[in-house]
Design a protein around this ligand. Structure first.
Ligand code: NOJ
Length: 562
């Protein structure tokens, strides 16, 4: 890493659910000591940083995103000491840990809300204005409802206080009032708390909704950006290595605002790219990816996209058109039970028919296209999902370590597990598990591990420019692009179709090395197998590319035109 390259630009991230990873004490719930015992596995996969789903006390109405105490650990997961041990063990292995902060809302069980809603509470005067209260439920009608399957209004009536409170998510998650300076300060204190506890980064949940203003959609407001810049300023002064990773699920032109001039969030997920990878794959046509990347602005210095294939939430279809959403639903969720809100609650492997070629092709794009990649625990072995579980919990089932009872996740009696392990004939732990895949050199686990390892040998993927305008493949079946950083360039070719595709590589170099296989590829004819991909590094780049009407453009690699 060069001195000025921030660590997150070269990092491969993995998101995981502590509750589902490894149970150390046989109570049926994964915990921090259990996770600590699995750090070697994570490190060995090639992961550099782990993002933990919420670990704070919560009544779990939104699976931990409804926090009842921001400065503590959910008892079943362990204690603050366990967290400090996790941090120390992670750092010994050169692994970083990113935790959640959830600035927009709390649980309705949080002491702040209890004091705010109850006029007789001894601390009512202090907390009265910490939430957004109103005598009417008619304010801010321009704000959309996010959890469309469960909520009909962003207002709920509180009997005790005799007023409505505002909530962008579940009605058990009242929104904090950011017009109150004390709320802003309290959230900065929470940021400080987790930095002091050793966290290397904070994933900032749902940042677009912090403020409300009449006549707007209450998203991405200037006041929100001012507060996020204040948070960044605090972090820069207090602990400049700490990453702020933002979850603004917005269109590229709105998301760019979350980076500010390099003085707001360090990273933000590229939400609109994700569904378009699936769209392009099912269509066998790169157009959706091309269109969204054309709309993706350059980032300020020091900023980075976070890219992902799946996460703990539904595969969100908020950032597509209504027609595209319907097409995605029809294509990827034939059973209406697989749909939730504006998305699809399925894991990676089931989404692509458990076809290892497609899973690897998606990883090829994830690991080479733009930004820093985020894996979702269990997808590296092709885990399935359980549609019968509430909400999005079917995507958050116990990690499948081996074929023993409870998948090696827990020694508890099976009926005491926090959720059943996946045990269907295709994705069940008896068949899909880490131990079985470790010993098979061609398992998904080992193939994914290999792709990650090769990505990490080439910093160009995390740091380089992205360019594909120079390519002119007739067939839209191929997604081809060049990444370039300093003197290095690598060209990536991905075949989206279940058919071989032929092409031609002009003489822009003496030869190319496929960095995945070590094979030499000479200029001239080439072909990609169905769903195949190649990551090609030129050797002996030619300074004098032939001129004339048919000469390739700089950076040009190939065409299916002969
Ligand atoms: C985004 C989180 O990813 C999701 O799981 C949660 O339900 C909402 N924010 C509300 O906190």
């Amino acid at each position: 890493m060069t001195q000025n390259t921030p660590w997150y630009k070269d990092a491969v991230f993995m998101e995981l659910n502590t509750r589902a990873y490894k149970d150390s004490n046989g109570d049926g719930w994964g915990d921090l000591p259990g996770l600590t015992s699995k750090l070697d596995y994570i490190k060995n996969l090639g992961v550099d940083a782990v993002w933990l789903l919420p670990i704070m006390p919560s009544p779990l109405r939104d699976d931990g995103y409804d926090v009842s105490d921001f400065c503590n650990i959910f008892p079943a997961y362990g204690s603050m000491d366990d967290f400090r041990t996790l941090m120390a063990e992670a750092h010994k292995r050169d692994l970083r840990i990113v935790v959640e902060i959830i600035p927009n809302h709390t649980s309705d069980q949080h002491a702040w809300f209890q004091a705010s809603r109850d006029p007789n509470h001894p601390e009512h005067a202090k907390y009265r204005d910490w939430y957004v209260w109103s005598d009417t439920d008619q304010k801010y009608q321009g704000a959309r409802i996010i959890f469309t399957d469960s909520e009909t209004s962003n207002w709920s009536f509180d009997e005790l206080r005799g007023q409505y409170f505002w909530h962008r998510f579940y009605s058990t998650q009242p929104d904090l009032n950011y017009d109150n300076e004390e709320v802003q300060q309290a959230m900065l204190d929470i940021v400080k708390f987790w930095i002091d506890a050793g966290a290397d980064g904070l994933r900032v949940d749902a940042p677009p909704y912090l403020f409300e203003r009449e006549g707007t959609n209450c998203e991405n407001l200037p006041e929100t950006h001012l507060f996020l810049k204040r948070m960044r300023k605090f972090v820069d002064e207090y602990s400049p290595e700490t990453l702020l990773l933002s979850e603004a699920n917005q269109w590229p032109e709105d998301v760019i605002e979350y980076f500010g001039d390099g003085d707001e969030m360090h990273m933000n997920f590229h939400f609109p790219l994700m569904p378009r990878l699936y769209m392009a794959l099912a269509m066998g046509d790169r157009t959706p990816i091309e269109a969204i990347l054309a709309r993706t602005p350059d980032l300020p210095e020091g900023c980075q996209w976070g890219t992902f294939l799946r996460c703990h939430d539904e595969l969100t279809l908020e950032m597509v058109t209504p027609e595209e959403r319907q097409w995605m639903w029809d294509t990827y969720s034939p059973d209406p039970k697989q749909r939730i809100n504006l998305g699809i609650r399925r894991r990676l492997a089931p989404l692509v028919d458990n076809d290892q070629r497609k899973i690897l092709l998606l990883h090829s794009m994830l690991l080479t296209m733009v930004g820093s990649p985020f894996l979702y625990y269990g997808d590296e072995i092709g885990m399935g999902d359980n549609i019968e579980l509430f909400d999005r919990n079917g995507l958050r089932t116990p990690m499948q370590w081996d074929e023993s009872v409870n998948a090696g996740f827990s020694d508890a009696p099976t009926e005491r597990l926090f959720a059943p392990v996946i045990s269907d004939p295709v994705y069940g732990y008896q068949k899909v598990n880490v131990a079985a895949q470790e010993t098979d050199p061609h398992s998904l686990l080992n193939e994914v591990r290999h792709l990650i390892a090769v990505r990490k040998q080439h910093p160009v993927f995390g740091r380089g420019d992205f360019n594909w305008r120079a390519f002119s493949f007739e067939t839209k079946a191929v997604v081809a692009y060049q990444r370039k950083w300093e003197d290095t360039r690598i060209v990536v070719l991905n075949n989206l179709r279940d058919l071989p595709v032929k092409g031609w590589i002009p003489e822009t170099a003496e030869k190319f090395i496929d960095v995945l296989t070590g094979e030499t590829v000479l200029p001239g004819d080439f072909s990609l197998p169905p769903y195949g991909f190649r990551w090609l590094q030129p050797v002996g780049d030619k300074a004098n590319i032939p001129s004339g009407p048919n000469a390739p453009q700089p950076g040009y690699l190939g065409s299916d035109k002969q």
